[in-house]
Design a protein around this ligand. Structure first.
Ligand code: NAD
Ligand code: DAU
Length: 339
């Protein structure tokens, strides 16, 4: 198979490309990435010389060049990871989220339609379901939970999901959608909770916890997400949505304390800062469907995954230090300077 993977220089897309080329050495992967602030070619360095891999710097909204690439590569499938992905940035500047996450999705699907109804998988998020109350641990997101979004980011992802379903119903495009909970692991951009806390801890910088740190996220090791997408691509039922998550709910403050302890630092580094606007309280996925239909189960337990992740950040300081020494400084000052 010839597969176009968008957003492959980012966190999950990059991990997916490493995983996919290892698992399917007979297939060819073409990575399409615009290399925004969140895209890092160094994430793809280990596969750059692989003859079954091609990197193509391209905006998924650039219709003309996207169509030319499809003409040239004749892909059998497209997996769309490319997105603006950070909730806090979407609160500051929603426009680019609508552009990439909605228009970009439509552009990729238009190309799929134009070149022979190509198989299309949309990488979506549990955030399209909104949030759950903290005092109802019995409630979970299922695939039939109504879409109910909180942030410009989640709204743009929900808009994309609706378009993907519309393209199937209207044009018969063979689509699937996965909605995953919070991922963690190697190559995670250090603006997100876990890598930010690791990097700040290692630099003895304050650890900014929003509100009281009581919001709950359902964490999944990134490779388990990659395996789920691989399964859906090859065995998923066309037109279906699959929730992906490993029943691993944790409060933010407990994650931060765990990282502090693992790195031998002091809890005095914790700084409570102004809460995120519209902050979702709790996410929790019910993964019954993907388990029963496709046999997927998460393989990495959180206590092992977080150790592996911290080890990776200790052993790959250059990767994240290069990021936080550049333009990131302005971002950090703007987001956390007066918080
Ligand atoms: P990321 O921000 O780390 O990476 C996004 C990548 O997309 C970057 O390489 C960036 O350069 C690229 N990109 C952005 N705009 C582009 C454009 N217009 N054209 C081409 N490339 C573009 O994101 P991530 O955390 O790896 O998330 C990947 C996908 O998974 C997203 O669709 C996100 O909504 C979804 N998701 C993420 C999580 C999570 O916990 N991180 C969980 C569930 C779903
Ligand atoms: O649930 C899936 C989603 O998970 C993905 O769709 C998003 O792309 C991804 O970014 C992630 O969204 P979150 O908003 O949950 O992740 P983030 O790492 O930004 O924040 C996790 C929690 O930690 C959230 O409750 C906010 C809090 N937080 C975050 C940062 C960056 C802090 O307390 N301090 C911080 O500095």
């Amino acid at each position: 198979m010839n597969i176009i993977v968008t957003g492959g220089a980012g966190f999950i897309g990059g991990n997916f490309i490493h995983y996919y080329l290892k698992e399917h050495p007979e297939d060819r992967v073409i990575c399409v990435d615009k290399l925004t602030y969140a895209g890092n070619l160094s994430t793809l360095a280990p596969v750059m010389d692989n003859p079954n891999f091609r990197f193509c710097r391209l905006d998924i909204c650039d219709r003309e060049n996207v169509f030319s690439l499809f003409e040239e590569e004749k892909p059998d499938a497209v997996i769309n990871f490319a997105a603006e992905s950070h909730v806090d940035r979407s609160i500051e500047n929603p426009g680019i989220f609508l552009q990439t996450n909605i228009i970009g999705t439509a552009t990729m699907m238009d190309a799929c339609r134009a070149f022979g109804n190509i198989r299309y998988h949309q990488v979506s998020t549990d955030e399209v379901y909104g949030d759950l109350p903290l005092d109802r641990p019995d409630l979970f997101f299922t695939e039939t939970t109504p879409i109910h979004t909180s942030s410009p980011y989640s709204s743009s992802k929900a808009g994309a999901d609706l378009l993907v379903q519309a393209y199937q119903r209207t044009y018969g495009l063979p689509i699937t959608i996965s909605r995953c909970s919070n991922n963690y692991g190697p190559y995670h951009f250090p603006e997100k909770l876990i890598p930010l806390m690791i990097a700040n801890c290692l630099n003895d910088k304050p650890l900014p916890v929003y509100g009281e740190g009581l919001n709950v996220r359902d964490w999944l090791y990134v490779e388990d997400h990659c395996k789920a997408i691989d399964l859906i691509l090859h065995k998923g039922r066309i037109g279906e949505v699959y929730n992906v998550g490993g029943h691993n709910e944790m409060r933010n403050i407990d994650i931060v304390k765990l990282i502090i302890e693992a790195l031998g630092k002091d809890e005095s580094l914790i700084t409570y800062v102004t809460d995120r606007k519209g902050h979702d309280l709790r996410y929790a996925i019910d993964p019954t469907k993907i388990h029963e239909e496709l046999g997927w189960l998460p393989e990495t337990k959180f206590q092992d995954g977080i150790k592996k992740t911290i080890k990776w950040y200790l052993e790959n300081r250059q990767w994240w230090e290069e990021i936080i020494s550049g333009e990131y400084q302005n971002y950090y000052e703007k987001m956390y300077g007066n918080r």
